[in-house]
Ligand binder design. Structure first.
Ligand code: ZN
Length: 165
């Protein structure tokens, strides 16, 4: 089983233009040091998708999608890691070098891929309606002897990872 050489992976990552790749999926506008646009992973009217072009990372303040260049290609093109690297290499005309792997290395890679799959249950195959959590109001009725518990307000927005505003 052949594996793409790490040097080739790095070459592809360096050559790829994050704004160009994301820009093919959604229109981006430069705001300060970042680029922003409507999220390709959930339907929205106002842009909450942010791209860090220098570090080649993305983050959505609406649905919490985040990742790097490779994650973005994997999610939007429906590819695995090798497929995403090959897709980018083809686009940026980077010749790839492959390495033969031992069964041990192969098993490690499979395990890594399995855990990556478990961590990211969401796949971007077309648009999905933005799901909102159900929040049934809990109010006490007039004359109710037991007052309703005060409602705890939770922010609907996910917390941003370190390095994001
Ligand atoms: Zn989103």
């Amino acid at each position: 089983m052949a594996l793409i050489a790490q040097a080739s992976v790095e070459q592809v990552k360096t050559a790829a233009d994050m704004v160009e790749i994301v820009g093919a999926r959604t229109q981006l506008r430069k705001v300060g040091a970042r680029w922003t646009g409507r999220c390709p992973f959930h339907e929205e009217r106002t842009p909450s998708f942010s791209v860090n072009a220098a570090d080649k990372l993305y983050y959505c303040f609406g649905c919490g999608s985040k990742g790097d260049l490779i994650t973005f290609v994997r999610e939007t093109e429906g590819l695995d890691f090798v497929g995403a690297i090959e897709w980018l290499a083809d686009r940026y005309r980077i010749p790839l070098e492959y390495e033969e792997t031992s069964p041990q290395v192969e098993e490690k890679r499979r395990r890594r891929e399995r855990s990556a799959r478990l961590e990211r249950p969401r796949r971007a195959r077309g648009f999905r309606p933005h799901r909102r959590p159900n929040r049934a109001p809990m109010r006490s009725r007039p004359g109710d002897p037991r007052p309703g518990r005060p409602q705890r307000r939770r922010s609907r927005r996910p917390t941003s990872p370190a390095g994001w505003p």
